[in-house]
Design a protein around this ligand. Structure first.
Ligand code: RIB
Length: 310
C-alpha cells in the first residue's frame, strides 16, 4: 500500500435515470430505468482510490437524513474509513440529478451540494493533523470554497502534494493556483480555465502553459475520446484512449483521478500515474453508475499490464 492520501470533497446521492437521448429544454422523455446510489466527485474519487488499493481517507459532510445513511452504508460496505465524515445539523445531504443517454453513454448532471457546501473552517481545522500527515491531498470544486482554500493552505504549509481536479469548472484565484502541484481538468474545464480550446496535443500544451505561467507545477488534461495528456514542463505526452465498450461515462473523470493518485502515492512518476489513471477511467465506463463502477486493483493491474507493460 502507498503513502496516505486525503480526499477533501463532496458526497451527494446520485439519482440517475437512463433514456434514449437527452431531453432538450421543455421536452419530456420517457426513461427506461432509475438508480439511486453514492456519488459526488470527492466521494467517487476516494472510492476509486480505495478500490485501487490506496490508503485513502475521505473528508466530506453529509446531513442527518436518509441520504446520509446511503453514504454511511456504502462506505461500510466498501470497508472505507468513515472517521472524517462530518455531519451537518441543518442542511440535508447533497444530491445530483443525472440523465444518461443509453445510445451515446453521455450524461447531463445537476448537483445540489447541500451539507457538503456547508463545511466550516472549524470543520477543516478538526482535520488538520490528518491533512498534514498525508502524502497527497486531492480536491475538486464541489464544496464551499472557503473550506477548500483552508484545506489547501494546510496542505501547502505542510509540504503535502496537492492535486486539484477543477470540476465543475470555476474561477480559481491565482494565489490558490500557485499552491497546486498537479491540476487535472478535462478538456472543457481546461478551456474554461485557460481560454484555450483543447482538441489536439498542441492545444493541450498551450492550455498547460497557461496553468504553468500561473504557478501550477504539472498539468494533466483528460481529453475524452482523444485520451489523456500530461506535462511536467519538460516532457509532454498524449496517451491514447483505451478502447472499451462504453455504457456509462458518468464518473470516468473521478475514476481517472482515483487511479492516478493511487499510483502517485506508490511512488510512480507523472507519466506512469497517467497510465494508471487512463486504465481506471476506461474500466469505469464499462459499468453503469459512478461509485459502483469503480474498478478493483486486479482489473486495473491487468489493463495496465496488457496495454502499457508496466
Ligand atoms: O463526476 C460525476 C459526479 O458528478 C456524479 O457522481 C455526481 O454526483 C456529480 O457530482
Amino acid at each position: 500500500m502507498g503513502k496516505p492520501i486525503v480526499v477533501f470533497g463532496s458526497f451527494v446521492v446520485d439519482l440517475t435515470g437512463r433514456c434514449k437521448g437527452l431531453p432538450v429544454p421543455g421536452q419530456t422523455l420517457m426513461g427506461s430505468s432509475f438508480k439511486m446510489g453514492a456519488g459526488g466527485k470527492g466521494s467517487n474519487q476516494a472510492v476509486a482510490a480505495h478500490r485501487a488499493g490506496a490508503d485513502v481517507t475521505l473528508v466530506t459532510k453529509i446531513g442527518k437524513d436518509v441520504f446520509g445513511n446511503v453514504a454511511m452504508d456504502f462506505y461500510k460496505g466498501e470497508g472505507m474509513n468513515t472517521e472524517h465524515i462530518l455531519f451537518d445539523d441543518e442542511r440535508e445531504t447533497g444530491i445530483a440529478l443525472i440523465m444518461v443517454d443509453e445510445v451515446s453513454a453521455q450524461n447531463e448532471i445537476l448537483v445540489v451540494s447541500g451539507a457538503c457546501g456547508n463545511i466550516t473552517p472549524e470543520d477543516v481545522e478538526s482535520c488538520r493533523a490528518l491533512i498534514e500527515n498525508a502524502s497527497i491531498l486531492l480536491v475538486q470544486l464541489e464544496v464551499n470554497f472557503d473550506a477548500l482554500y483552508r484545506a489547501i493552505d494546510i496542505a501547502h504549509a505542510a509540504g503535502v502534494r496537492i492535486v486539484l481536479n477543477p470540476a465543475p469548472a470555476a474561477e480559481i484565484p491565482p494565489e490558490v493556483l500557485k499552491k497546486i502541484d498537479i491540476v487535472t481538468p478535462n478538456e472543457t474545464e481546461a478551456q474554461v480555465l485557460t481560454g484555450v480550446e483543447v482538441k489536439t496535443k498542441e492545444d493541450a500544451e498551450r492550455a498547460a502553459k497557461v496553468f504553468m505561467d500561473k504557478g501550477v507545477k504539472n498539468v494533466v488534461i483528460t481529453m475524452g475520446a482523444l485520451g489523456a495528456f500530461a506535462t511536467d514542463g519538460k516532457k509532454s505526452e498524449l496517451l491514447p484512449r483505451l478502447k472499451v465498450d462504453a455504457i456509462d461515462t458518468t464518473g470516468a473523470g473521478d475514476a481517472f483521478n482515483g487511479g492516478f493518485v493511487m499510483a502517485l502515492s506508490e511512488g510512480r512518476d507523472l507519466f506512469e500515474a497517467l497510465r494508471y489513471g487512463n486504465a481506471t477511467g476506461a474500466l469505469s465506463v464499462t459499468k453503469k453508475g459512478t461509485a459502483p463502477s469503480m474498478p478493483s486493483r486486479g482489473e486495473i493491474d491487468r489493463m495496465v499490464e496488457e496495454n502499457y507493460h508496466i
